[in-house]
Design a protein around this ligand. Structure first.
Ligand SMILES: Nc1ccn([C@@H]2O[C@H](COP(=O)(O)OP(=O)(O)OP(=O)(O)O)[C@@H](O)[C@H]2O)c(=O)n1
Ligand SMILES: C[C@](O)(CO)[C@H](O)COP(=O)(O)O
Length: 243
């Protein structure tokens, strides 16, 4: 079995932080339980992970007050286990790490529930390229706009060189021990981290960036669900036409 095949098999564990309240998206419930087509956003994302990684163990971190999980089809999927998340994304990921039986260098893949358009090709490329890298890595997309740094008054103070600027996406993949250490350090030193890579960077390591599809969007604001539905339709059409 090649290293790559091994990484697609049972020793890969996936954490899906899904304990957010979706304040920016609005609506009558957290965005992960709003409809994307006919399905909960959460079910669409978890189905895509299950299909791409059929042998992996998947842990989904839920809000302590979650009232919808039991009505999701993912609750019936034996590949997926639920655990209770925390009050920040980093705490939810840490809770997922505590719930699993991984150890040491076992690879752990973290993917936002709010990114339903991720493709199996991108997931497999990330795993293939960083599964054996101690510093881990993440999918990212190069910035295509000119980037301005501004002051509090909204005036430009600098134009950044976009050649070195990438948008961090998920999934992100790290060895279990490194990720535990990174998130514990961030918590103990009160370092505000919005993704796993920044916690690992604070350990002095340099995760690898793997180019991913720019349409792996995070559903964040009202309107993003409709955009995600359109992207998924485009993916289906590309599959049908063999593109
Ligand atoms: N305490 C938290 C906060 C966020 N998340 C998860 O982290 C991912 C990215 O967060 P974001 O898009 O910011 O989601 P929300 O926190 O739900 O949104 P908002 O910030 O608008 O409230 C989402 O999958 C979200 O469910 C989590 O598991 N636990
Ligand atoms: C992890 C992430 O999706 C990478 O882009 C992002 O950092 C999550 O940030 P948020 O502030 O929790 O939306």
């Amino acid at each position: 079995m090649s290293a790559l095949d091994r990484r697609f098999s049972a020793d890969l564990t996936v954490i899906v932080p899904a304990a957010g309240v979706g304040a920016r998206a609005g609506g009558d419930r957290p965005k992960q339980y709003q409809l994307l087509g006919n399905d909960y956003l959460l079910d669409v994302t978890l189905d895509r992970l299950s299909l791409a990684l059929p042998s992996a163990s998947v842990y989904v971190a839920l809000h302590p007050g979650d009232q919808w999980w039991q009505s999701s089809r993912s609750a019936l999927n034996p590949q997926i286990q639920a655990c209770t998340g925390g009050s920040t994304r980093a705490e939810s990921v840490r809770a997922g790490l505590s719930a699993m039986s991984a150890r040491g260098d076992d690879p752990v893949l973290v993917h936002d529930v709010a990114r339903p358009c991720v493709t199996a090709i991108d997931i497999h490329r990330l795993i293939g390229e960083v599964a054996d890298v101690q510093a881990g890595g993440l999918l990212a997309a190069p910035i295509t706009d000119t980037v301005k740094e501004v002051d509090d008054a909204g005036r430009v103070v600098a134009t950044r060189d976009r050649q070195y600027l990438w948008r961090a996406l998920t999934p992100q993949l790290f060895p279990y021990g490194v990720l535990c250490r990174a998130l514990d350090q961030a918590r103990d030193r009160a370092i505000d981290v919005t993704d796993e890579a920044s916690a690992v960077e604070a350990l002095g390591l340099s995760p690898r960036v793997i180019r991913g599809r720019a349409d792996n969007i995070k559903v964040t604001h009202e309107g993003d669900l409709a955009f995600a539905a359109w992207i998924l339709q485009q993916h289906d059409q590309q599959l049908e036409s063999g593109a």
